[in-house]
Design a protein around this ligand. Structure first.
Ligand code: SAM
Length: 373
């Protein structure tokens, strides 16, 4: 990446062979070039929000910025790219989206997230990081910056000014309006899980935050029940509803909830605690199954993501299937739900000798994959 601050090497994370996509976009370049002339001294305090792979953190490392992200993968990417550019990890302080720094900043640079609810939640959480003269700059690709982003920024921070579009990217500047009224944060929201008494809480950046996803609903109906499933992973757990219903059907199983979103893991933890006050379970914001030891798990339950951060494709599901094959015990099973058109049957056959149909309807298919005899 070539910007006013210098030339930097940046890789996406997780790294894939022959990666065709860049680890930064035109909005990163635009915001970096834009603020280069505005930062007047090395002690300027900068907060970076939603830096995807570290383009902003790496280019601005000399100011020792703070970074806030909901993505474990983004945190990893930032550390890897700091190293790649011979910058120690201690140049940057990394925070997750539920535990923000407590100081106030001169600049808050935000990459516009895809979800408006998450944007609103972030702006509400950032209120204590604002001073009357803090400059807030939101950067994004024009197609990802609908009017609602502007309106939310004006409502929760203050008057906004747009930049012109450059390479289909735009910046919006906002300065705090000291007379603004800050509403209570409505997140996490919750709904009652149909056919049950469970209340399902969802932080703002959680998959299918407002209602049960159709695929998940079908999966819940067909979850297995057997003593042989003792160590069970809810992979890409979102609000944890899959692991929660499995736990209700299988009282002796130990559940491990994993998601790369900190808000998802926090939601899953809250929901499990509310459902089973005394039962032990593990909750981990991490990258898929990387933290599990080989052959240690009896069952992996997965409603795979179609995208990771902004990248769409089935490569994330493929990576999850491959890792599941490694961590499952000899008789372990991976249960997967997906849209029929995704062709998971063939994908699973690359890593498993047995792939069976559990259930199907007009839209979804549930598959069981194993490598046992
Ligand atoms: N299991 C939940 C459900 O059925 O409602 C959520 C399923 S959602 C389709 C997929 C989830 O995978 C999202 O919560 C997303 O954050 C998570 N995810 C994406 N990439 C991941 C990764 N590399 N490791 C762990 N989780 C990931």
């Amino acid at each position: 990446m070539q910007v006013s601050q210098g030339n930097f090497q940046l890789l996406r994370y997780p790294t894939v062979k022959q990666e065709k996509l860049r680890a930064w976009d035109a909005a990163d370049e635009y915001i970096l070039n834009d603020i280069a002339g505005k930062i007047t001294n090395i002690n300027t305090r900068i907060l970076l929000v939603n830096d995807r792979f570290g383009a902003l953190a790496v280019a601005l490392h000399q100011y020792h910025p703070c970074v806030v992200t909901d993505s474990y993968i983004a945190q990893r990417a930032i550390c890897e790219n700091l190293r790649l550019n011979q910058q120690g990890e201690n140049f940057v302080s990394v925070f997750d989206s539920l535990n923000l720094p407590t100081e106030s900043f001169d600049f808050i640079l935000i990459k516009a997230p895809k979800t408006l609810a998450f944007f609103e939640d972030l702006l509400l959480r950032l209120q204590d990081n604002l001073k009357p003269n803090t400059q807030v700059i939101v950067a994004g690709m024009v197609k990802n910056m609908p009017n609602a982003i502007w309106q939310t920024l004006a409502r929760l921070i203050g008057p906004t000014t747009p930049s012109k579009a450059v390479k289909k990217a735009r910046l919006i500047y906002a300065t705090p309006d000291t007379a603004r009224e800050i509403p209570a944060n409505p997140y996490p929201t919750h709904y009652q899980l149909e056919g049950s008494a469970y209340q399902i809480y969802n932080h703002a950046n959680v998959f299918s935050r407002q209602q049960l996803d159709m695929g998940t609903r079908f999966f819940l109906k067909h979850l297995p029940c057997h003593q042989k499933y003792q160590q069970v992973v809810d992979l890409g757990c979102g609000n944890g509803v899959v692991g929660l219903i499995f736990a209700a059907k299988n009282p002796t199983a130990t559940l491990h909830f994993v998601d790369e979103s900190f808000m998802a893991v926090a939601s899953a933890q809250q929901n499990f605690r509310l459902a089973f006050a005394q039962r032990h379970a593990n909750f981990n914001a991490t990258d898929a199954l990387a933290d599990f030891t080989p052959r240690s798990v009896d069952l992996v339950l997965c409603n795979p993501p179609f995208h990771q951060q902004n990248t769409i494709g089935n490569h994330i599901a493929m990576r999850m299937f491959k890792q599941a094959a490694q961590i499952l015990s000899a008789n372990g099973e991976l249960w997967v739900i997906g849209n029929r058109h995704l062709g998971y049957q063939n994908s699973l056959k690359q890593y498993f000798t047995k792939v069976e149909l559990v259930a199907a309807n007009a839209k979804f298919i549930i598959l069981k994959a194993a490598n046992g005899r």
